[in-house]
Design a binder for this molecule. Structure first.
Ligand SMILES: C[S@@+](CC[C@H](N)C(=O)[O-])C[C@H]1O[C@@H](n2cnc3c(N)ncnc32)[C@H](O)[C@@H]1O
Length: 495
């Protein structure tokens, strides 16, 4: 292990995933619903993603929140080169990138920051790197600013931990191959009825998951020397060193998980005042593998009337065509069914476009208290069926930057390469489209008279002829795209 890596696996690059949970608009919504004053997402907003990997998330979020300024670092130059290339091609000037390690980035000249995100970092780097990160927070985060931290959670990980030993014992030319060999060996043990797997359902589920993951994901997740499992209270204690206080969970999905608590569990949790002990009890009840927490520096509590005013002004938009919405949702820890009579009217209303919370309540004649409606909306946000909107002021400027980035993304679909996420200036986040959908959207942009023929020609890699018409499934797909997806993409200002 060479010194600069600090035991982190750097021999192969990471996967280029997009993480909606890093969208600052969602963080601000989570803080607001928890009663905290969130930073204002306007042109003065500043955000840094540390250890950004290939940077897909920060690219999307920077484009969708322009002219707010975004910063990101990662010490693997190949990662930064990818995101730099996309930013250049998209003409994105509000994202500043660095391949400095955390130690040097902590001393970089940056403006005071409203937000810092650490996704897939806190559990995965050594103590010296964590000290550098704390120094970064102490030096750069504004009072009232927040940090998002995700980490491998206890007790959820406890029964699975030994699997990592098998991964790290694998052989191969690089850490990806070694991890894959380790998974194959774990499968052989499983097939040989090794007793550790008997009665260890979480380990069996994890092995099933691991066998489907690519080597470069496994390398960065499991092969580092430093790799820790943390209780929530461990992270609370560690972040105190940077004067950070736990504010709320950033995983809006947790609100859904609450539906999985039994009445007895809920009553038990209600006995415990908010704080680490209650979070611990909740983690025992729900057993998550990953926690995503928001911490504030000098957080300010909002007065209830101010909180209500801001919530009432917040607009919401659909993220999925209404016709495709399923109220039965499969989550990591079970299936949740959202009550139809509560959620369907809101989803129906949003079919016509974004609508503020106050307008939703007025138009549906809701008599319930505000907190009840907010809870319903939180569930729909957690299920990624709807999203809170950024303020409409600034939409035109944001739309310019997202249109340039989205043009670049759609251009990539021609060559079956590049990104599969488009940025929405309405939500500040990304929407994933498969390649065929991206080609349909490109066809719409180019006023192609026949979307299926347009996509088919590109997929075939040659000029389509009258004798080579698109298959029926592509024709149907084109029709559905026009009737279901395109109106949604228009509401999200992507089309
Ligand atoms: C598990 S990956 C997560 C990447 C990204 N945040 C994501 O969630 O997709 C951790 C990232 O941190 C970077 N990293 C690890 N140690 C670092 C350090 N000391 N300085 C800068 N980057 C580091 C790695 O190169 C890697 O891209």
């Amino acid at each position: 292990v060479s010194d600069w890596t600090r035991g982190y696996s750097t021999d192969i690059t990471y996967t280029a995933g997009y993480y909606p949970s890093l969208n600052p608009a969602l963080h601000c919504f989570a803080l607001l619903t928890a009663g905290w004053r969130p930073p204002t997402l306007d042109r003065d907003f500043t955000y840094a993603e540390l250890g950004c990997g290939h940077g897909t998330s920060v690219l999307i979020h920077a484009a969708a929140a322009a002219p707010a300024r975004f910063f990101a670092n990662d010490f693997m130059p190949a990662h930064i080169a990818t995101v730099e290339m996309h930013a250049r091609e998209a003409g994105l000037t509000t994202l500043a990138l660095s391949d400095a390690p955390f130690a040097a980035y902590a001393d970089a000249a940056l403006p005071p920051l409203d937000a810092v995100v650490l996704h897939g970092v806190w559990s995965w780097v050594d103590e010296t790197s964590r000290d550098d990160l704390l120094r970064f927070l102490r030096r750069h985060l504004k009072p009232g600013g927040y940090v998002y931290v995700s980490y491998n959670a206890l007790p959820g990980w406890a029964p699975i931990l030994p699997l990592r030993e098998l991964l790290r014992g694998g052989e191969g030319d690089d850490s990806g191959q070694r991890a894959r060999a380790g998974v194959a060996f774990a499968e052989r043990l499983y097939d040989a009825d090794a007793r550790w797997f008997a009665g260890n359902e979480p380990a069996r589920i994890m092995l099933e998951r691991l066998r489907r993951l690519p080597g470069n994901y496994l390398a960065h997740e499991y092969m580092n020397d430093a790799w820790r499992l943390l209780y929530h209270h461990d992270v609370v204690r560690e972040l105190q060193a940077a004067q950070m206080t736990f504010a709320t969970s950033a995983a809006l999905r947790d609100k859904l998980d609450d539906l999985l608590l039994t009445e007895e569990q809920q009553a038990l949790l209600d006995e415990i005042p908010a704080g680490p002990r209650r979070e611990l009890a909740r983690d025992f009840c729900l057993n998550p593998l990953l926690r995503r927490d928001l911490f504030l520096r000098d957080g300010v509590r909002l007065h209830a009337t101010e909180q209500a005013r801001r919530l009432n002004e917040t607009s919401f938009v659909l993220l999925v065509p209404r016709s495709r919405v399923e109220l039965r949702l499969a989550g990591p820890i079970g299936t949740v069914t959202l009550p139809h009579e509560v959620h369907a009217p809101i989803l129906d209303l949003l079919r016509d476009g974004p609508c503020s919370l106050a307008a939703i309540r007025a138009r549906l004649g809701l008599q319930e208290d505000l907190a009840t409606t907010v809870r319903t909306l939180e569930l729909l946000v957690g299920a990624e069926l709807i999203a809170p909107c950024l303020p409409t002021a600034g939409l035109a400027a944001r739309r310019e930057t997202t249109t340039r980035l989205n043009d670049h993304v759609l251009q990539g679909a021609l060559a079956e390469s590049g990104l599969d996420v488009l940025a929405s200036p309405v939500t500040g986040g990304g929407v994933r489209l498969d390649r065929v959908e991206r080609l349909f959207l490109l066809g719409v942009r180019r006023n192609a008279p026949d979307l299926a023929a347009f996509a088919w020609r590109i997929l075939q890699g040659k000029a389509a002829t009258a004798n080579d018409p698109p298959p029926l499934v592509l024709r149907d797909g084109g029709q559905r795209f026009l009737s279901e997806m395109l109106p949604l993409l228009q509401q999200l200002a992507i089309a």
